[in-house]
Design a protein. Structure first.
Length: 316
């Protein structure tokens, strides 16, 4: 039988017939996948992994941005009354200020509408923008070996002036005002321009502090400011400082979610696209570290576009 089918296909090819089908199919709509547990109630596992940005993933298998993906998952979950709790599986060094804030906002909106508990489970990394998002949860659980904190803002830009001078290239900008090209990679930043950028960073930083205070009612603002100098913490250190609530594994976060939802048993489900395989709560977990953590964010755009990037990001 197989021989006959193969010979038939070969005959069609030799006869000049062409086939039009995609080698890498386009991503389809989300599908619910059960990865653990039993019962009618559901605990939805939402992954926040890799660089937090609004940038869509390109390549052989293009995918929506993290913002679009989280929004799509929450929109679907809002229509399912069987979902009794949400667990955020966080493994990220952070990302852009706006992307982090949008995801935080979407989570708070979902919680206000559905009134279900949200548990954040910090894996390898839950720093800066990752911790910002975790602040939307009712309870933050840190893995025993996780790294968190890095509360603060960093502005990423480049200065290519010296390089251009070495290769004999000069960039000229014609502007309507002296500050129109501030932050340009083709000239040195002035003290006045640095002060303007610092004002923006201070504003974003204050917003971060306010978000932390809203999520950490156990801490006063002065305590938060002392903790929020950009330093990182182990899970145990963060718990001692009051930045996280519990130390535990992802399974512990799931059990806590069920307890807060008032159910004794529940299915743990995720939303995946066709072709993605998941058979347990750790499936498709990315462990960002070092330069690999920037894989989902095109830093070359800093050079091409020259626009400074404001980030809630731990980037040593």
């Amino acid at each position: 039988m197989r021989h006959s089918v193969a010979m038939g296909l070969l005959g069609l090819v030799l006869s000049g017939c062409t086939f039009n089908f995609p080698l890498f199919p386009a991503p389809g709509p989300l599908q619910e996948t059960q990865v653990d547990g039993t019962g009618k109630a559901k605990v939805l596992l939402v992954e926040i992994s890799g660089m937090i940005s609004s940038q869509e993933k390109e390549g052989f298998r293009p995918a929506p941005s993290m913002i679009a993906s989280v929004k799509e998952q929450l929109t679907r979950a809002a229509k399912d009354d069987s979902i009794k709790a949400l667990v955020l599986r966080i493994n990220t060094p952070g990302g852009t200020v706006t992307a982090s804030d949008i995801i935080y906002h979407e989570l708070k909106t979902f919680k206000a509408n559905r009134k279900v508990p949200i548990i954040a489970s910090i894996m390898d990394l839950g720093t800066s923008g990752g911790y910002y998002i975790a602040a939307a949860a009712d309870t933050v659980v840190a893995h025993p070996s996780s790294v968190t904190g890095s509360i603060g803002v960093i502005m990423l830009t480049v200065n290519a002036k010296g390089l251009l001078e070495k290769i004999g290239v000069e960039a000229t900008a014609v502007t309507s005002g002296p500050r129109k090209d501030m932050g340009s990679p083709f000239r040195t930043m002035t003290l006045e321009e640095r002060a303007i950028f610092q004002g923006l960073i201070d504003s974003f930083y204050q917003r971060f502090l306010n978000i932390v205070q809203e999520g950490r009612s156990n801490l006063q603002m002065e305590q938060i400011k002392r903790l929020a100098d950009g330093r990182i913490y182990t899970g145990e250190q963060a718990k001692a400082a009051g930045l996280v609530d519990e130390i535990g594994y992802l399974e512990d976060a799931v059990e806590l979610a069920k307890k807060k939802a008032g159910v004794t048993e529940a299915k743990v489900v995720t939303y995946k696209r066709p072709g993605e395989y998941s058979n347990n709560v750790y499936s498709k977990l990315v462990a960002p570290n070092g330069l690999a953590s920037l894989a989902d964010f095109d830093l070359a755009t800093l050079v091409r576009g020259g626009t400074p990037q404001f980030m809630y990001l731990w980037m040593p």
